[in-house]
Design a protein around this ligand. Structure first.
Ligand SMILES: [Zn+2]
Length: 286
């Protein structure tokens, strides 16, 4: 599944190629994504110019003067610039800017979405239903130790589940929640309300580091994420300390990494470095 770093990378890659360009054609080959792609979209965006791209959580946004196209890649979606390639079975949508700039969305599992937010009739962009439950952006200056500590104080669920649901901090995802808890030496089963202010500080720092590492290395290689040139990222190979490493030795203490299921999702951690009962050493250098 594309995670926040992949969407940030996509945004950075796509924006210079389509900003200030006019959409000459928008092709819908299949409406049936997670929510139906609105029929009016070709009429609405053809001959209109994309002013900028942005990202909110894992949503990629194309801003036009009269509205915003909201794009989510779901479990298996990808966006790719193509040249003269006939569409395959899972190529559902296409933005055509000119002969050499054609952006195509492929999504085999069809959990992705392409929606429209009309700036005149649908209210403020971030009041749209898809954004309503999203937490703060991980790099937002509003995300402080105090803010996180307060938000966690009444959460009985495990810290891993709270990070994953995205209601407090958006877009941390399954890979980076495991990785940031390892960096913070916090057991993923710890009830969120039991975390100290210092733990909160460590988690925020670790999430930001993990996401930056991933963005710098071109994203993760999980599933079929590819950037718009068709290349996959290097995060898992270069940086992952626990995710996908069950049974392999911990980089810090050499114990075997464990995999458990939390609410149906895989969590990876080191039972020694992230021991629930162990007094955590702040000097441990990970
Ligand atoms: Zn360890």
């Amino acid at each position: 599944m594309p995670e926040l770093p992949e969407i940030e990378l996509l945004k950075r890659e796509i924006e210079p190629k389509i900003q200030n360009r006019t959409v000459l054609e928008f092709k819908i080959r299949n409406h049936k994504l997670r929510w139906p792609v609105p029929d009016h979209l070709p009429k609405t965006i053809v001959n209109q110019t994309i002013l900028k791209c942005s990202r909110r959580g894992k949503y990629l946004l194309f801003h036009f003067k009269h509205g915003v196209q909201i794009i989510h890649l779901g479990m298996s979606g990808s966006l790719r610039f193509i040249r003269d390639e006939s569409p395959g079975k899972h190529d559902h949508l296409e933005w055509i800017f000119n002969e050499s700039i054609i952006l195509r969305m492929n999504d085999p599992r069809k959990f992705g979405a392409v929606l429209w937010h009309d700036l005149e009739n649908d209210g403020k962009l971030y009041d749209n239903k898809v954004f309503k439950n999203l937490g703060l952006e991980p790099f937002s200056t509003e995300l402080t130790d105090q803010y996180l500590h307060k938000k966690l104080s009444n959460k009985k669920k495990s810290i891993k589940q709270v990070l994953l649901d995205g209601h407090i901090i958006v877009g941390v995802g399954n890979i980076y929640s495991s990785e940031s808890l390892f960096k913070s030496r916090i057991n993923p089963l710890t009830p969120a309300s039991e975390l100290s202010m210092k733990n909160c500080s460590e988690i925020i720092t670790s999430i930001r580091e993990a996401l930056c590492d991933s963005i710098d290395s071109g994203g993760s290689t999980i599933r079929n994420y590819v950037n718009t040139n068709g290349e996959s990222g290097n995060y898992m190979k270069n940086y992952a300390s626990v995710y996908g490493r069950n049974g392999l030795p911990c980089n810090v203490c050499n114990s075997k990494i464990i995999k458990i299921k939390q609410n149906g999702r895989s969590t990876y951690y080191c039972p020694i470095c992230q021991n629930l009962d162990k007094k955590r050493s702040s000097n441990l250098n990970i």
